[in-house]
Design a protein around this ligand. Structure first.
Ligand code: FMN
Length: 192
């Protein structure tokens, strides 16, 4: 099972690198899934300017096609996200808009960080991924409150937050089940 781990922010001084590295370290102990980091910085997607959604027309932009080809390799995703003004970062929404069939009927799990652990952004993402018939995993991981601030200010490390790894395990157990189940179902289905 191949899982793409999407880093949902791109700004130069982003915090995202810390949860991304921490998550990848925890995930690397799994034997049921292989994880690959997909950093939106490396895909340089322009603001969406296609004739239609990827559901109805082939994507013209080369960067968009490269993104779609990469996504097609995966059986599921983990999105690591911040919350910008109570919603998902625009670069992440743009990246979601750039694909359709590559997301279709795959599971997606969420790791959020921020004052409230990006819980509002993640609830919006759950609604958005419905349009791809994705399965949003029930358990999500939230790095929040005083602990988020302490890590962001260098007073603590994510490794100090020992209550989080059991949640990561639970979330990945659920992701693994759905990734396997939906892979079988997709392969048994002739039409997308
Ligand atoms: C444009 C902008 C909007 C933000 N809005 C929120 C918000 O609604 N809720 C929140 O908890 N934090 C908010 N923050 C603070 C972020 O949680 C914090 O800056 C975090 O580090 C952003 O992720 P990043 O560093 O990976 O870009 C906002 C930050 C930015 C830059």
């Amino acid at each position: 099972m191949k899982i793409g781990v999407i880093v949902g922010t791109t700004r130069r001084t982003r915090f995202a690198d810390q949860p991304a590295a921490w998550f990848m370290e925890l995930a690397s102990s799994r034997t049921d899934m292989d994880f690959e980091l997909l950093d939106l910085r490396h895909f340089e997607l322009p603001f969406f300017d296609e004739v239609a959604s990827g559901a109805s027309a082939p994507t013209q932009s080369e960067a968009g096609r490269r993104w779609q080809e990469k996504l097609a390799e995966f059986d599921g995703f983990v999105i690591i996200t911040a919350e910008y003004n109570h919603g998902p970062p625009a670069v992440l929404k743009n990246a979601l808009d750039y694909a359709f069939v590559e997301w279709l009927r795959k599971p997606v799990a969420f790791v959020g960080y921020g004052a409230v652990g990006a819980v509002r952004a993640i609830e919006q993402l759950r609604q958005i991924v419905n349009n791809f018939e994705m399965m949003p995993i029930r358990t999500s991981v939230h790095i929040q409150g005083g602990d988020f601030i302490a890590v962001a200010q260098g007073e603590k490390s994510l490794h100090d937050l020992t209550y989080l790894p059991p949640l990561v395990t639970r979330m990945l157990d659920e992701l693994s089940w759905w990734a396997r189940a939906l892979k079988v179902a997709r392969e048994a289905t002739v039409t997308a």
